[in-house]
Write a protein that binds this ligand. Sequence first.
Ligand SMILES: Cc1cc2nc3c(=O)[nH]c(=O)nc-3n(C[C@H](O)[C@H](O)[C@H](O)COP(=O)(O)OP(=O)(O)OC[C@H]3O[C@@H](n4cnc5c(N)ncnc54)[C@H](O)[C@@H]3O)c2cc1C
Length: 466
Amino acid sequence: MKLKDAQTEIQQSLGYEQGMASEKGPVKPAFEPWGRYPKYDATLLPLHWQSDYPSIIRDIHHGVLPVGLGRSYGDVCLLKDGTLLPTPAMSRLISFDPETGLLTAEAGISLAQILDFAVPRGFFLPVTPGTKYVTLGGAIANDIHGKNHHVAGTFGCHVTEFELVRSDGTVLLCSPTQNPDYYAMTIGGMGLTGLIRWATLRMKPIVTRKIDYEGIQFHGIDEFLALTEASKNIEYTVSWVDCASTGKNFCRGIFMQGDHSTKRGELKASPEPKLVFPFEAPGQMLNHWTVAAFNALYFNKQMVKRKVLEMDYEPFFYPLDIALHWNRMYGKNGLLQFQYVIPWDNAREGTVAILKEIAKSGLASFLAVLKAFGDVPSPGVMSFPRPGITLALDFPIKAGRTFYVFERLADMTREFGGRLYPAKDAAMTAQQFQTFYPEWQQLSRFRDPAITSSFWERVTGESSNL
Ligand SMILES: Cc1cc2nc3c(=O)[nH]c(=O)nc-3n(C[C@H](O)[C@H](O)[C@H](O)COP(=O)(O)OP(=O)(O)OC[C@H]3O[C@@H](n4cnc5c(N)ncnc54)[C@H](O)[C@@H]3O)c2cc1C
């Protein structure tokens, strides 16, 4: 499957096709977030490079929301009974300077498309999430983080400027020095401050596709913390953690670390995914027993305490992108993702308590990731990362249980002084959100009055002023 085919496959699954212009009129299929929950009806009005956002929305009366590739897990990319403005057809590359690494592109371009262009020229993304099928605009709006947060900070740290279009026709060039308040509110502002039309990103030079990788087994939180401390100068670190085990296997995992190799090597575009998860899995496929069996196999597949190898960047950064639509594995009900960060003061105690609660619930899936965030400040007022420990995991949605466990875990996060990640959320309460993000009222003042999202309405009660 070629990149173009993969992008098309993804866009069709979201209910729109690349190149579909707004002149063709609105289309109205369901637009699912990655967690497949919640599901709301919305009108889709795709934007392209000539779209005039303010005039397009003139006749709309229930609010709008610009969206990317729907890789957020919950309702930050949804607007119930409103109009979504998908941006992936706004995907032109505008300029690239190999001297500085500065790349300017329309905001609907995907990170996969940027990599396809940049890697053969010896450049890589400064920060990347666990999937490359997200747009530049989506990466800014959620100020995403990657395995190098402890040294590179968030995605927004590398965005030198962008253009923001407001529904009243105002066009703002935003950077740390021009309209700095809009710059700081838009990075991590969940799309609420206006449409990001294009952005400039500082890419980083590489000499090969290869990563010098090391995988290290750990047993318990203290071994994880010791490995974190020892790897401060390694660019990428992340751990898989077994959330299902108790007793002597409690908090065992694999600490994965790597740097871009400095040995010159191949620099070509990636082969594209050949697999598509083919069917809706039955709801009971993921249960405590299948997850525990997977975790034991995954932990032991490494066989040795420490494994060193040179590996391609694709399986290192994007192991899950190998199969498109792998979220179908959770069946029609979908999944809730739970991701917290707890500041260092309570990070150890909070992580142990929450991992115990998760193991007790018997609900966790095998996709559980533990990482230490660093102290590089985020440029976004509403950005999620803080120095401390972050844990992310999926819960298959099971009637009557999953939401109850989620609420308990969110309350524990609050008690330990932590916060949850809106990009991954579909269930935190208004009270929880407003405690996690006291800056939300500031964002409310910068919100484009035409724009809102189901997430924003759920956690603040504010809707569009259209
Ligand atoms: C497998 C997987 C792994 C992931 N790993 C990570 C990770 O490691 N780190 C991390 O931080 N996140 C991670 N994520 C979450 C993902 O990176 C974010 O949710 C990202 O924002 C999704 O981008 P998108 O283009 O799909 O945008 P969408 O999900 O469609 O929208 C996200 C937000 O961006 C806004 N938006 C999109 N385009 C524009 C625009 N042009 N102008 C203004 N606002 C806009 C939307 O309004 C919405 O609020 C992961 C997701 C998946 C599915």
